[in-house]
Design a binder for this molecule. Structure first.
Ligand code: FMN
Length: 168
């Protein structure tokens, strides 16, 4: 799938087949995600791949929704505090770096024919405890897997180019 199609085809999938995602597929996705750029190339991030077991049960409690629990895999994207670039005025770019990483991951997963959903509305304390994080900020979670047949693509409601672009 070309990039143009990836932009058009990706949507938030909240219904997955129970089938597990093969480890080789996840590694191919990670190999693309790691190419993401970051400020000063500091790469202040980690990606936790959580499938089953006690850790997964704890992660599910951080975002207690049935569709999330049913996702075969959850990737948790964390930022390494104190290892990122800050602007001259102190503005912190950790979230920015980790978001770009997450985007690379999501597009690579889409290219593999998988469904993904960005999740930000989780309980960060529970995730921190579940993953035993120290000096790491859990920024986004992405549940992913093979898309269930009942999952429907939704027409994209987006601002037009005229609304967002400012030509000066
Ligand atoms: C930073 C971020 C956080 C999000 N958090 C959640 C979330 O916690 N739960 C959820 O169901 N969807 C979440 N979403 C998905 C958005 O609701 C969704 O991307 C948006 O409505 C556009 O729909 P689309 O992804 O299908 O194009 C999040 C998306 C982004 C980019």
């Amino acid at each position: 799938m070309g990039l143009k199609n990836l932009y058009e085809k990706r949507y938030s999938v909240r219904s997955f087949q129970p089938k597990q995602v093969e480890q080789e597929t996840i590694i191919r996705i990670l190999e693309k995600a790691r190419l993401a750029p970051s400020a000063v190339n500091f790469q202040p991030w980690k990606i936790y791949i959580v499938t089953q077991g006690e850790t997964r049960a704890k992660i599910n409690r951080a975002y207690p929704k049935k569709w999330f629990e049913n996702a075969p895999v959850v990737a948790v994207f964390t930022g390494l505090e104190g290892q990122n670039w800050k602007r001259q005025d102190g503005k912190d770019y950790l979230m920015c770096d980790v978001t770009i990483l997450t985007d690379y991951f999501v597009l690579a997963a889409t290219e593999e024919g998988l469904g993904t959903c960005y999740v930000g509305a989780f309980d960060a304390e529970i995730v921190t405890e579940a993953l035993k994080l120290k000096d790491e900020d859990p920024i986004l979670m992405v549940p992913f897997g093979y898309v269930s047949e009942d999952s429907k693509f939704k027409e994209k409601k987006r601002k037009s180019v005229n609304e967002i672009a400012v030509w000066l």
